[in-house]
Design a protein around this ligand. Structure first.
Ligand code: T4K
Length: 370
């Protein structure tokens, strides 16, 4: 049993407290706490510039942003999505009274397999909800092609994809809408938070209405909106976090390199290696425990945990294993064998900006020593 401090899968970045105090003083002086205050506006502008996107609408968290994005597009009926994700992805469909239809993932990227999407399309299908899993881009061109041919809308769950770039710029500019999470455990956090990225001013205006109860003026409500607004405290934290996010991602890259180097010759341990996007954010470090490793995935997971290393089995169980998804007649998965296999093998190892390379080496040593 280890006596040193436990290491978790992640540890949130925080800006220097001294930098936050003057911003808190401004909030205390102005008494503007929420409803699109000055820090909220500044953060929207700063994120558009940093991410290279035309419009962004901030939210209280990623889940409410997903629910609102789906609502904003007026999606109905069935939506094709992945079972290999955090449960919020599919929950956002159920909250909109939609039927998720789960399609298997592609074995290299672990994203929704475009080759399997068309077989799942029915007359009720109106949209696709893919996830850029671990921040690795989906095959956006193939998905766009399918969506265009079948007149489907596309909402990307980009909760993991902050700052990720593909050959044509920000990955967040694909699809009709992209949804980010700024949860404490994410590469860029506002403690809790999220955002919808959209491509035109009218859509942004509509989303802003939806997240504010549907108000268009003091006395006019035009939509059954919700309260999804980000407050000034979270926005202030976000503005400061943005100043430190690049070095944080750079350090994550050195951790990624150190893990790959240390684990490369271990029989039965496979690192996740899809083709690199132009700019990755190194948000997760998943490994897969194969049959020729001396322990099963769960045995390794437990052993690391007993030694103070708390990896996470993201994403096990599959979303389809949760009871609320069992009885959805049209969701019944035809074949989710790739997702099932990956979910049984995955462990996400600790990765965060304050994790030292020495600690990474000690984690590798434990996996090697078995
Ligand atoms: N779509 C996708 C694809 C997502 O991955 C997520 C969220 C969403 C949508 C929804 O976005 P949000 O509504 O959350 O904005 C965590 C996060 O809660 C969740 O945001 C994230 N995905 C998911 C992948 O992971 P848990 O249940 O594993 O979190 P938790 O609390 O066990 O945290 C993991 C570790 O992080 C802890 O063991 C210790 C450390 N930690 C955590 C928190 C919250 C800290 O050190 N400090 C903290 O404040 O879900």
């Amino acid at each position: 049993m280890s006596t040193s401090k436990p290491i978790y899968v992640t540890q949130p970045d925080l800006p220097p407290l001294d930098d936050l105090i003057p911003m808190l003083e401004q909030i205390w002086d102005s008494r503007i706490l929420t409803n699109g205050g000055p820090f909220h506006q500044q953060l929207e502008d700063a994120l558009c510039e940093y991410l290279g996107v035309p419009y962004i609408s901030l939210f209280a968290n990623g889940t409410i942003a997903l629910v609102t994005a789906i609502r904003a597009l007026g999606i109905t009926g069935e939506v094709i999505t992945t079972p290999y994700s955090f449960v919020a992805t599919a929950h956002a469909l159920l909250w909109n009274d939609l039927t998720p239809v789960f399609v298997d993932i592609e074995p290299t990227t672990l994203n929704l397999d475009p080759a399997k999407i068309e077989a799942a399309i029915t007359p009720q299908t109106t949209a696709i909800l893919p996830v850029h899993c671990y921040g690795n881009p989906c095959d956006v061109e193939a998905i766009e092609d399918i969506a265009d041919r079948h007149s489907l809308q596309v909402v990307y769950d980009a909760a993991h994809a902050f700052g990720v770039k593909c050959h044509c710029g920000s990955i967040l500019n694909h699809g009709d809408l992209s949804v980010l999470s700024f949860h404490a455990t994410k590469v860029f956090n506002t403690l809790e938070g999220g955002a919808i990225v959209c491509q035109d001013a009218d859509t942004k205006r509509y989303i802003d209405q939806l997240k504010n109860f549907g108000f268009t003026s003091e006395t006019t409500v035009v939509e059954t909106g919700i309260n999804g607004k980000m407050n000034e405290f979270n926005a202030a934290v976000g503005l400061l976090q943005l100043q430190h996010v690049d070095p944080a991602i750079e350090h994550r890259e050195t951790i990624d390199v150190a893990y790959r180097q240390g684990l490369k010759d271990i029989p039965g341990i496979r690192c996740h290696s899809p083709s690199e996007p132009t700019r990755s954010n190194y948000s997760y470090f998943p490994i897969f425990v194969e049959d020729d490793y001396p322990l099963t995935r769960d045995q390794l997971y437990d052993k690391l945990k007993a030694n103070g290393i708390n990896g996470r089995r993201y994403f096990y169980p599959l979303i389809t294993e949760f009871t609320m998804y069992w009885d959805l007649e049209d969701s019944v998965p035809a074949d989710l064998s790739v997702a099932k296999d990956v979910a049984e093998r995955v462990i996400c190892l600790p990765i965060y900006s304050e994790l030292s390379i020495d600690k990474v080496k000690s984690i590798v040593k434990q996996i090697v020593s078995i």
